[in-house]
Design a protein around this ligand. Structure first.
Ligand SMILES: Nc1ncnc2c1ncn2[C@@H]1O[C@H](COP(=O)(O)OP(=O)(O)OP(=O)(O)O)[C@@H](O)[C@H]1O
Length: 239
């Protein structure tokens, strides 16, 4: 039986007077990297906010790890990284992690594991304000890895990173999923689609495809996911 970390049923969200998420129903399996891809403004961040419980729902439901999204028992069972850096600029990498570990009740070993996972060992004593953009994003990611979360929700974690770092981070996402966690990663860069076990292609608050990259390519008859996305948009328009 598929072990679902997230179950969304008929979810509708309005923001600024618009229907941003339109009757979404789907689930996210543990042990997989699920990619949420679509153009800017299609609703990816809003959907992630709904899953981590910080978005008011208009209707429908979001269950996370068997509980209602946003409910207290979930607090230390998932990690969430937004596009805004969430670490303190005036503390070092190590101090930031020690602070968040104490909030979560995580141990020193866990801090060392998180630092190593994002490859920030050499920067551990550096003040975050002096790090490069990519290093700062990795520091935020390290915080999300504390406590070995069962669900990791990452909103465009690879924006602004160089190709080598991007490849390494995708490797890390897969290792986390192989360890049994559910990993949900958003991106508006279609070439990242190849790296996902499953793709949710989103447009205007609905999914226009939900399948493996191979199956999406086979269905559209094109090799490139960006071209496949455009073919699916045309197909949806023609329907
Ligand atoms: N605070 C807000 N108030 C009103 N409308 C909002 C707010 N935040 C987002 N929206 C609208 O909701 C829609 C979806 O936005 P969302 O941030 O979820 O998209 P996205 O796919 O994550 O985009 P991006 O890739 O640019 O981050 C957009 O039309 C946006 O204008």
């Amino acid at each position: 039986m598929m072990n679902n970390a997230v179950v969304v049923d008929d979810l509708v969200v309005h923001r600024g007077g618009h229907e941003v998420l339109r009757h979404l129903s789907f689930s996210i399996a543990a042990g997989q990297v699920t990619g949420l891809l679509g153009p800017s403004g299609c609703g990816k961040s809003t959907l992630m906010r709904a899953i981590v419980g910080v978005q008011r729902l208009t209707s429908g439901s979001v269950q996370v790890l068997g509980a209602e999204a946003g409910s207290a028992p979930l607090r230390d069972r998932f990690g969430y990284v937004t596009q805004d850096v969430s670490v303190y600029d005036d503390l070092t990498v190590g101090e930031n992690l020690a602070f968040f570990a104490s909030v979560l009740g995580a141990g020193r070993d866990d801090v060392a594991r998180a630092v190593a996972a994002v490859d920030l060992g050499p920067q551990v004593d550096q003040v975050v304000g002096n790090l490069s953009g990519g290093q700062r994003s990795r520091a935020s990611l390290a915080v999300a890895l504390l406590g070995e979360p069962e669900l990791l929700v990452l909103d465009e974690p690879t924006v602004g990173l160089d190709p080598v770092l991007r490849r390494d981070l995708w490797g890390l996402f897969h290792r986390i999923a192989d360890g049994g966690a559910a990993v949900l990663v958003s991106s508006h860069v279609m070439d990242e689609a190849e790296r996902c076990d499953r793709l949710l292609l989103m447009r205007d608050g609905v999914f226009i495809a939900d399948d493996t990259p191979d199956a999406i390519r086979a269905r559209t008859g094109v090799d490139d996911i960006e071209q496949a996305f455009l073919a699916l948009v045309d197909e949806a328009g023609a329907a």
